[in-house]
Design a binder for this molecule. Sequence first.
Ligand code: AMP
Length: 449
Amino acid sequence: MPRKRKTPAPAADAATTAPKRTRKRAQLLKGFKDVLPKDEQYWDHVNRVIGKAASQYGYGKIQTPVLEDAGLFVRTVGKGTDIVSKEMFRFIDQGGDDICLRPEETAPVVRAYIEHGMQNLPQPVKLYYHLPMFRRENPQAGRLRGFYQFGFEILGAGGPVVDAQMILIAHNICLDAGLKPGEVTVQINSIGNETSREEYIKELTNYFRSKRKYLTAEEKKRLTKNPLRLLDALMTSKREYFEDAPQILDWLDEESKNHFMGVLEVLDALEVPYVLNPFLVRGLDYYSHTVFEIWPTDKEGKSQSAIGSGGRYDGLAEILGGQETPACGFAFGTERLILALKEHEVKLKAKKMPEIFLAQIGQQGKVQAMKLFEKFRKEGVGAYENFSKDSLKAQLDQANKLGVKYTLIVGQKEVLDGTVLVRDMESGVQEIINSDKVTSEMRKKLGSK
Ligand code: AMP
């Protein structure tokens, strides 16, 4: 008896019955953020403010690579800092090089200054940047692992006037961005030159030893690694135990004191508001003399996290093998500045939106509408379109939602006649305009030349 052959299931059935493969949804890394079009106006606004300040104060834009030799930060920011000891995205690459994603930009700027012989240019050299930074921190509101900083650096410039002008620029950026004078505070201090700092660090270490009972094991470890950074941290987390800590201002030598007094005098003369914070020491190894931070206040007048910070870093170029170069700079966190702008409901300049929607019917209509769109684009007249839609009703609904003044309709009849149907969206009145004249007619209607 012939064997019955199994008939294979029809292909279509197989497709419908086969279990659907579920794929893991791709996800953003923890602590990173996508910037979406809804926030575009804030980023454009910040870029405009920075660009304006840069051109007014004579700064040129610098862009350095995302990856750098890890040693660049170990040598400058310092081994005892959180940034270097635990936050860098650092790895050995395929060629055995110890590299990292940049956690900050002052060291790369100074590296570039030396590497491109900028010390031979007329001094000072003024550079600014707006670039992504990477630190493996514990993410929380306003604290990301991938974030943007913009900063201004002046190299080859000593003297207190320079520090004061940097603070002025940082403060003006906040005001130009739309924050009011009471909504940001400049905190300022001096950590003096190396000699006075060494003396102070000894005193501070003794002080903290006498307060060991208030320190956690982690903080005790920090005491041996970086007492200045510890002071910074403790003044935020448990200030009440350490109010009587020695203040660095009492340990400044003559030169350091004169420099600091000079900065304050210029700030007073230029009416830049500031508050002295005797415990602001910033823990990065490269700072000397003036250090400052910009703090926003929320609507209740409470301080949030700093939006910007900076200071003088006279020794940095030498650490990187360059010649002695007095320098000063600051950096702002872009996301934090934007948070402050949102908190204070700063009104941004509205972007000019198109007032025309180009609708089409049928394949020929689509092509003709696309040609028209290009004509408008070349003449600088903005227009919306949705060439993927076929239904005129859907396109008119979209035009309505967008609130345009006119919808231009191109169907088969208009293609044959060489015309465009122009619909006034408010009155519903429609008129026929010759395609050759439509751009100039629309310009007239919209009041642009
Ligand atoms: P710093 O380089 O640590 O002095 O930081 C300068 C500014 O960058 C700060 O005032 C913040 O506005 C911003 N910033 C620093 N770390 C972060 C972070 N993890 N996330 C977002 N912004 C940051």
